[in-house]
Design a protein around this ligand. Structure first.
Ligand code: ADP
Ligand code: MG
Length: 310
C-alpha cells in the first residue's frame, strides 16, 4: 500500500471502535468481529457507480450517507441490528475535499447506529463506492422474503414515492413543495428501529429499493403467493399527489425506487402487536401475481407498470 493511501485511510477512515464486538479494526490484514452465542451474522453489500447510481456533481456528504443507508436498510429488512461495515473505495484521484464530505456523511449516519467501519480497500479507477454491512440477529429470527402467507395484510413504513419525485425534480420537474422529496432521495433513513420492532410480528419483509411493486413482487415470488394493493391506501405526500395530478403519471409511486421504506406482511392475528407507524396497503392472496385497485378498476402489474384490464 502506498504512503498516500495509508495516510488517506488514517486521516479519513480510522476512528475508535464503538462496539465490543469489534475486536480488531482498520490496520491489519483482516478485521476481527466477535459473534455472540445464539446469534447469526446478516451480511449484505451494495455498490454505487458514478453516472449509474449517482450524478457526478452530487454532494459527497449525501453519497456517504446514502451508501451506508442502503446497506443498513437491507439489514433493517431482515430485522438485524447493524454492527460493522467495510468500505471499498475506487477513485480516479485523491480529492481531500471530496473525501472529507463523503466521510462526514458516512460517519454521521454510522454514529447514529453505533456502527463501526472495520476495514476496506482503496484503489484507483472510475469512481465506485461499495459498502459491505454486517448485522446481528438471534438465530432463526431473521425476517425473510419467503414467509408471506395467504390472508396476511401488507404494510409499509413511511411514505411511498417521495424519493421517486426527488429524482424527477433532479431531472427537471418543478414542484412547489419538493424539499421533503429531495431529502428522501438524497438522504434516506434506514428503518432500523422498525425492522427490529417487527421481527417477532411480521411474516415476510423487504426494503423498497426498486419500487413498491417490484420489491413486493420479490416477496410474492419467494412465498409463492399473490397480492392486491389498494392505490388509495398507499401513503403519499402532498407533493406526490400534486405530481400525479399534474402529470397523470399515477404509476410513479409504485414503480419508482430509492424510498428505502420497509414493506412487510402480518398475519391477521398479529396486527394488534404492531407497535410502529405503518400503513396497511393490501392483502396477500392465493392467486399469484400482483394486482392493484385504482379508481374502481383492477390492474395487473406487468413488465414494470400497471395495465388496466377491466
Ligand atoms: P491489504 O493489502 O492487506 O489488503 P490494505 O493495505 O489494502 O490491506 O489496507 C490496510 C488496512 O486499511 C486494512 O486494515 C484495510 O481494511 C484498511 N482499509 C483500506 N482501505 C480502507 C477504506 N477505504 N476504509 C476503511 N479501511 C480501509
Ligand atoms: Mg494484507
Amino acid at each position: 500500500m502506498a504512503l498516500a493511501e495509508f495516510n488517506l485511510i488514517k486521516q479519513f477512515f480510522t476512528r475508535p471502535a464503538r462496539r465490543e464486538s469489534t475486536q480488531l479494526s482498520v490496520g491489519d490484514d483482516c478485521a476481527l468481529l466477535a459473534v455472540s452465542e445464539g446469534f447469526e451474522l446478516a451480511i449484505t453489500v451494495d455498490t454505487m457507480v458514478e453516472g449509474v447510481h449517482f450524478f457526478s456533481d452530487v454532494d459527497p456528504r449525501y453519497l456517504g450517507h446514502k451508501l451506508l443507508a442502503v446497506n443498513l436498510s437491507d439489514l433493517a429488512s431482515m430485522g438485524a441490528e447493524p454492527v460493522a461495515v467495510t468500505l471499498a473505495l475506487t477513485m480516479p484521484k485523491v480529492d481531500a475535499l471530496w473525501l472529507h464530505g463523503f466521510a462526514q456523511g458516512l460517519f454521521a449516519l454510522a454514529d447514529k447506529y453505533a456502527v463501526d467501519l472495520i476495514g476496506g480497500d482503496t484503489t484507483s479507477g472510475p469512481l465506485t463506492l461499495t459498502i459491505q454491512a454486517m448485522g446481528l440477529v438471534p438465530k432463526g429470527q431473521a425476517l425473510r422474503r419467503s414467509v408471506a402467507k395467504v390472508g396476511d395484510f401488507i404494510y409499509v413504513t413511511g411514505r411511498i414515492g417521495d424519493a421517486g419525485l426527488g429524482l424527477k425534480i433532479k431531472q427537471g420537474y418543478t414542484s412547489s413543495n419538493g424539499q421533503q422529496a429531495l431529502n428522501q432521495f438524497n438522504m434516506p433513513e434506514p428503518r432500523i428501529a422498525e425492522g427490529l420492532a417487527i421481527r417477532s410480528v411480521a411474516n415476510a419483509c423487504v426494503d423498497i429499493s426498486d419500487g413498491l411493486a417490484a420489491d413486493l413482487g420479490h416477496i410474492l415470488e419467494k412465498s409463492l403467493v399473490g397480492a392486491t394493493l389498494d392505490y388509495q391506501k398507499i401513503p403519499v405526500s402532498d407533493a406526490v399527489v400534486e405530481y400525479v395530478r399534474d402529470t397523470r403519471d399515477w404509476c410513479m409511486p409504485l414503480i419508482a425506487g430509492d424510498d428505502y421504506e420497509l414493506c412487510f406482511t402480518v398475519a391477521p392475528e398479529n396486527i394488534g402487536k404492531l407497535n410502529i407507524a405503518c400503513t396497511c396497503v393490501g392483502v396477500i392472496e392465493q392467486e399469484q401475481g400482483l394486482r392493484l385497485v385504482h379508481e374502481g378498476k383492477v390492474s395487473d402489474f406487468i413488465a414494470g407498470g400497471f395495465e388496466h384490464f377491466s
